[in-house]
Design a protein around this ligand. Sequence first.
Ligand code: FE2
Length: 366
Amino acid sequence: MQDIPLRKIDHVRFFVGNARQSAFFYRNAFGFDVIAYAGLETKVKHEAGYVLRQGEITFVLTSPLSKDHPESQRLLTHGDGVMDIALDVPDVRGAFEEAVRRGATPVSAPEAREDEHGVFECATILAYGDTTHTFVNRDRYRGAFAPGYHPVGHDRYHPSTAKPVGLAAIDHIVGNVEEGKMNEWVEFYRKVLGFNQLVSFDDKDISTEYSALMSKVVQNGTGRVKFPINEPAKAKRRSQIDEYLQFYGGPGVQHIALITGDIVKTVRAMRANDVSFLRVPKAYYDSLQERVGTIKEDIDELADLGILVDKDDEGYMLQIFTKPVADRPTLFFEVIQRRGSKSFGKGNFKALFEAIEREQEIRGTL
Ligand code: FE2
């Protein structure tokens, strides 16, 4: 199927209970700048929104200001979570109409929002669960983010005091879907957006003694947008994907992988900011050199920080996962540095999932 031309992920929108406090978290723990704000002070009556930026990554945090907000039910169903993955496209109307023609469910029709900074175009389709994709085009827009948003001034935050941790771009965004639905969503991305299937992992790759999952990765024609899709697989005890589906109340975004050019520096800074990461046993590092060969990083330093390494034919990659960032065991983040490898860390799955299971055990959800 022909690719629907899309340039990159424009932003990720989180729907949260308290955007003001979430902004404080992502700013002080993850090192994002708060660059724009929408709310009562900017004549937006129904919601508050904070736009955060680090490198090429843009997060938008949105909270309803009353129960009458059309999306307010999301908070009860999901807790805080990702509502929308917005895609930057050269032609919003073309992308929307073609996607709907190929079977996508429309959420909101193309519109051109105008203010004194120009024209901002957007249109939205439905993806897995109630997660959406908004096609956006800001080629004719020069404002801080979108109409309604004002640049953040020193009265609300002090951007000069933000300490970036070196997060540069989004590598991939993973969705969890129900058992038996993975292929359906892979087909959605192939058929509707013209993505290609990159790799697949089955329960033999991704299983521990207790739990299992299956995963397939789809990406757009340029390879800039990568969406792995997971589903739970039958096992002795409950899969981490089942745990997610129960607590999120359905399918949704499981994790967002953020690229850094220096993972040691980034993870050191995030740890200093009190971000909690998953830990693998020390034994993982005893066999690391043997498994991945010589690498530039100091293995003792990686062990100290809990950073994992995997290699393939093209090189190696380093990765680490945060614990869930809210109360429900749902959304978490990955920090990733690529040194040639385009993989997703298959060699780390077992150690990693055992680490997740230890957390599930404590939560009583295994
Ligand atoms: Fe990942």
